[in-house]
Design a protein around this ligand. Sequence first.
Ligand code: GLC
Length: 481
Amino acid sequence: MLNRLDTNVNIEEDAAWQAVENSILYYKGRPVGTVAAYDSSVEALNYDQCFIRDFVSSALIFLIKDRAEIVRNFLEETLKLQPKERQLDAYKPGKGLIPASFKVVFANGEEYLEADFGEHAIARVTPVDSCLWWLLVLRAYVISTKDFALVYQPEFQTGIRLIIEICLANRFDMYPTLLVPDGACMIDRRMGIYGHPLEIQVLFFAALRAARELLICQGNQDIVEAIDNRLPLLCGHIRQHYWIDINRLNAIYRFKSEEYGKKAVNLFNIYADSLPYYELDKWLPKNGGYLAGNVGPSLLDTRFFSLGNLMAIICDLANESQAQAILTLVEERWEDLVADMPMKISFPALENEEYRIITGCDPKNIPWSYHNAGSWPVLTWILAAACVKHKKLHLAKKAIEIAEPRLAEDEWPEYYDGKRGRLIGKQARKYQTWTITGFLLAKELTNKPELLPLVTFDEIPQELISRACEFELSSVEPFLS
Ligand code: GLC
């Protein structure tokens, strides 16, 4: 059983820990990850695999509960799956990528790990977020264990470098953001999030910060310089062009279009008529605001995406007043974004013609279900972390109180459907690991705010500064404050 530090574990938590134990994946006798779901009542598809993004909440809870060896094994094994050479076969994963998921295969009396970089996945989606989440897990592991020896091994330094190289590669694009295909993140189906979706940009920003802390400067000068160059540009771009509040909406509403050249104000040629501005005018609270889902040529996706907005708070991509405004919006629009289950993955749902055209008539993503404004309990920990960071403990507690009585009883569903999140997701797995670990983690972070530095960047941990390269790190500090 897992080490428990608390003595007052309740029945729901007990059931949760047992389920976590059942989800652990073993490879050559060592625990290396957790399966996405442990639900024998439905066909496993790829839910019997360890997904990198799903493992994040498992990793954090294992670190908190003195089970760091699982995280270490996970990091070592997934690093081995990362392609280290450029492959000429276009169907092979790019150098530096981390897979979406992996499974343990038994063949000829041997065990080996088989990775999926999207070549098996439904719709062959590319897991751009995996390598970004991987860096955040590595950083949390180092902060928690102080095992600097692991991250300073040449294999890990090369792994970090390759991830940053693939992110900062020469490309056609002219923005500081990352250009990605549809379904490249937690929303791994067609949902109109190709281009420059918020979730990827926020993870990119956080991953760059993590890499900056973890890379030894010697021998990495060029990449460190590239990170220092990109971070402030990316930060400025998102804070300015993705931001929506009532003032910004007013500016956009009166935008001129077809502006050419350096003096253009409406840089992306957004046509005000493309925005649901009357709805936004009603929906935006006086002091609330949020980061848009996507920005591109004549595109401003005004849907609210929870993961991107909350992670932007956690990693300081949103500035102080933006972070406050996002949390104000969550509080004032609680009935839309949380209601009976924390929390909506996106809001509002794509409906009618929009649903048909944008999702390709995806029966799983019908309005108010799954990725199309369904409610995902895993987001509770991210909501809790953002709230704890900004001293809104009451909101974190309220979310946990809503989730707690239902999750164990409903057998930890992957997601919920409906405007208020009262229906167990139509095709939701039960015993979904990140539902369980996300709930446990939300409780830990809320009860022990001192755990927050595992995921936040408030201050660059002193030990990391002195061990990596103090001089260069100090040069990125001004924009972080
Ligand atoms: C679904 C989710 C994805 C998750 C996977 C495994 O495909 O959209 O984010 O990683 O299930 O749980």
